[in-house]
Design a protein around this ligand. Sequence first.
Ligand code: GLA
Length: 403
Amino acid sequence: MVLKKLAITTCILLLTLFVKAQTDVALTPPMGWNSWNLFEEEVSDKLIREIADAIVSSGMAHAGYQYIVLDDYWVGGRNANNELFPDPVRFPQGIKTLADYVHSKGLKLGIYSDAASLTCGGVTGSYNFEEQDAKTFAKWGIDYLKYDYCNAPDDMVTAFTRYKKMGDALKKTERPIVYSICEWGQRQPWLWAKAAGGHLWRTTWDIRDTWVSDKYDNGHNGIMNTVDKQKGLEKFAGPGGWNDPDLLVTGLFGKGKSSSLKGRYSGCSLTEYRSQFILWCMLASPLMVNLDVRTMDTAVATILRNKELIAIDQDPLGKQAALIGDYNGCQVFKKELSGDRYALCILNRRDTAGAFSFALNDLKIFGQWSARQVLTNQQLGAVKILSGKLAAHDCAVFVLVAK
Ligand code: GLA
């Protein structure tokens, strides 16, 4: 009898631990590095090891960047047992050894596949091999899967079914793997991605290295286009499930093949890159950098390692900012933070510098507040009005604390 009770208790305990392990990932938006825009098909064991080293030595790991995500083109094919294997020339030692190396640095390894027979780059995808591939990923020690949707049917039901199949397969492995759904926001994934087991879901087409474009639906998706597409999605974000407005082009300066559309875009200004970073933090977005961290310059590193901005992104409450006002191109975003605090971001979308002045009451923020201006490092004390000047495309960020 006692033994039976003990066995039941142990079972419940194990089950609780398992469920906890499954839900404990992505409680805040995942942070890391992704190979796509800058390296595309030039991914290799050597590159990933060097990036892992640089993420640590540059202080990025310390700032919270944890997942090194190997995007498209790592696959070599399937062996006689239908098991995926990596490109033998670029990954001669296999993925498990690479994952061990990344883990030895205190980091995590992400990988990429597709819900069809072929990925966007035309290498082998996971369709019809979901369970087997999930097992392989778990066996290798993979911590994050980005699952793309090229070459798959258009309709939402098929997308949900295919994503859930992989989501279930990942759960079955019992390894806590972050599941990143990438169907570009075309089938309202914010409505179903969590039910498919997803922890984040792309909301937009691939981001380009430009401030704004007037051709969003033709593959030209600038930073501002992406921000506009997040409007109204804030209610779907929270611990364990995030809207994903794609990668940070911050610091690419037109060098990414895909993000520059093969040289068509020469990149953004440092101010615009900082604004992208700030807005992604406000939107509780995954912070996935794309630049070459081995050669990152100080100005860009200072933006990407800003502790207070990262804390806004990673706030445990997990609220995504909402756009609460647009005053002739001066937009105000509000993000609720833990501990009776708010982050407010004022974005100057105009192409000219300008002043702003907002009474908190007009922004429907009532009561007594003290404020800190994050980028200028100023304690403002008790405030009723937030004011200042902004260069074109620049942002100001205030953290309000209830008094
Ligand atoms: C799609 C995705 C990108 C990237 C490429 C790889 O375009 O949206 O983020 O993964 O495929 O081919």
